[in-house]
Ligand binder design. Structure first.
Ligand code: NDP
Ligand code: MG
Length: 380
């Protein structure tokens, strides 16, 4: 029985993880869980799975808490559990930069980390990899593209890899002319064609910022140079990513689009277990097609590639300012086209710092959130 601590259990990845546990109750037990605000959902899950360690990271008042179940409050309480409680693997499904500290603390302890929170690698890939190699903890990708590559590269020599080829669904606007982008609404953006995810990543999928963040994530996970990481639009989301080896052979990992499969693999690695969480019928598959990513239509994809190559503190700044821009768009304060405008403008005016330590990353992340918000308020 593997003991899992799930951070962000109330979100989209958290819920898919819960479904995996429900399907395999003989294999997994949830020993701890966190949510940010959604206390009712957390309590429901705590009762169903008898979860002992519960944390709410937002600042709730005492009268909002239940009398019968002990819930710990705040980010420090969460870090305390990550550092000291008993688990075999921690699955980090917190959204955004708020997930970084927990990833670092899990690996520092030498505990295995199933990572959905791509921001941990975008902001601090150099630190995450260093700590991981020092403690020997395993870093198991949950992001479907990175899980695909992880499954293909298993036991393969990285020196024989020519290119990593990430696939992107292309989001809801892949067939829309750029001239029409000024009419895009929040509701249009949240209609993802193949995946059901949290709103932040769904919006990032439509601007292809998500794919840009994933290029950076792949660079750190697999130690592959940016010039050898490509991305293509694959609207059907059946091929989750590919690896091209130096002799020209290309391997693809396929299944119907469901996050349950990469989650299961991260939780059972290095084994596979028999499961019916996904059943892919090749005969029912539509055509598998590919399109180039237009950097003119998707400037944030281009920016993320450049920022990834530059490294240092710029990925943290880009990620933070994008978080603010997306939130303002969700709140109806800015238009869809303001998102790339604001992010590119902010990054272009930022200075880089090479090899930042964790404190600098966290400080600049907080500062950028504040500054970007103040700067953008002038646009509102
Ligand atoms: P959701 O928005 O659906 O869920 C986010 C979770 O994090 C919720 O449990 C939420 O709690 C919690 N949370 C929100 N803000 C904070 C905070 N400031 N501090 C601590 N916890 C917080 O996100 P997703 O599940 O879609 O995504 C989670 C991560 O996984 C992201 O990094 C995303 O990029 C990545 N990912 C997601 C995929 C998907 O299919 N959804 C696919 C691949 C990667 P509450 O509900 O209480 O607000
Ligand atoms: Mg992905």
């Amino acid at each position: 029985m593997k003991k899992i601590f799930i951070l962000g259990i109330t979100g989209s990845i958290g819920q898919s993880t819960v479904e995996v546990v429900r399907t395999h109750p003989d294999k997994f037990t949830i020993v701890g869980a966190s949510a940010h605000r959604n206390i009712n959902k957390l309590l429901k899950l705590a009762k169903e799975f008898q979860i002992k360690n519960l944390v709410i990271t937002s600042k709730l008042k005492k009268n909002e808490l239940p009398n019968d179940i002990k819930i710990h409050i705040g980010e420090e309480a969460l870090i305390d559990f990550v550092r000291n409680s008993d688990y075999d693997i921690l699955l980090n499904a917190i959204t955004g930069s708020a997930g970084l500290k927990s990833s670092i603390e899990t690996l520092k302890r030498g505990k295995n980390l199933a990572l959905a929170n791509k921001e941990s690698l975008v902001m601090a890939g150099h630190l995450v990899k260093k700590i991981q190699s020092e403690t020997g903890a395993k870093l198991l990708p949950v992001d479907s593209e990175h899980s695909a590559i992880f499954q293909i590269l298993h036991n393969e020599n990285n020196k024989e890899v020519n290119n990593l080829i990430l696939t992107a669904s292309g989001g809801p606007f892949k067939n829309l002319d750029k001239k029409e982008f000024s009419k895009i609404t929040l509701a249009d953006t949240l209609k993802h064609p193949t995946w059901k995810m949290g709103s932040k990543i769904t919006i990032d999928s439509s601007t292809l910022m998500n794919k840009g963040l994933e290029v950076i994530e792949a660079h750190w996970l697999y130690g592959i140079d940016y010039d050898h990481i490509q991305a293509v639009i694959h609207p059907q989301s059946i091929i989750h990513s590919m690896v091209e080896f130096i002799d020209g052979s290309i391997f693809a990992q396929m299944s119907e689009p469901t996050m349950r499969l990469p989650i299961l693999y991260a939780l059972t690695y290095p084994k596979r277990i028999k499961s019916n969480i996904v059943s892919t019928n090749m005969l029912k598959m539509r055509d598998l097609t590919f399109m180039e990513i237009s950097t003119d239509k998707y400037p944030l994809f281009k920016l993320a590639n450049e920022v990834g190559k530059a490294g240092g503190i710029l990925p943290t700044i880009m990620n933070a300012v994008n978080e603010i821009a997306v939130q303002l768009f969700i709140d109806g304060k800015i238009t869809y086209l303001d998102i790339p405008k604001m992010v590119i403008n902010y990054v272009e005016q930022s200075e880089n710092i090479v090899n930042p330590d964790l404190n600098s990353i966290l400080e600049i992340n907080t500062l950028t959130h504040k500054e970007a918000y103040l700067k953008f308020r002038r646009f509102i």
